[in-house]
Design a protein around this ligand. Sequence first.
Ligand code: C5P
Length: 225
Amino acid sequence: MMNFNWDKLIVALDLDTRKDIDKVIKSLSGKGVKFKIGSIAFTKFGPEFVRKLTAKKIDIFLDLKLYDIPNTMKETAGIITEMGCWAFTVHTKAGFEALSAVKEEVVSRSIGKKIRKPLILGVTELTSSAAKVEQVLALAKVAQAAGLDAVVASSRETPAIKKAFGSALKIITPGIRGPGDCAGDQKRITSALTAFKNGADYIVVGRPIISKSNYLQAAKKVLSY
Ligand code: C5P
């Protein structure tokens, strides 16, 4: 029996019908799988939808990639914290001051309201761009200095990030493709097992799962290569 890394899988719910989203969640929940709501589903279904899922104890990763002035990022992060999300993203390019303000707000809001503290994930370079390892490392340094929990980076940079920061920064890797999957717009792609071997703590997978008709079977396939 194959042991699947279910608790390290984050499925991107980049779908615009509730019916499809509910079907993906139903097919994969109860295994420790986390679900990512990005700008597509958030713009369509809004914060109430996110609250509805978090109220059901579903681990939601809100991927809005905040990138703004410190006050705006901080206030938004506070609202996200109150939504009960498992994790959310900010752009590390927003800089140390903004990221530190986000961290401070998340900590104080979660303690004050007695809610779980969401993980703050710093996006480095998007996996759809052909970024250099040095650029990603420089952004990871800002993330770590500001007290973020993790960075989002491709498998190509993971060994260098692990070497530089060890367990101080978790790594989330998107751009996962199995055999026969289309790269689509992703440039720095890798298979799930290679991503884990390189040190990813979690992988984000969208189209290789959500574009298939059998989500469970597709997820098992992704986790097998
Ligand atoms: O469909 P696919 O597997 O390419 O989906 C990847 C998901 O991860 C998308 O929702 C995308 O927005 C997100 N993501 C990414 N690269 C980043 C951060 C997030 O692809 N650096």
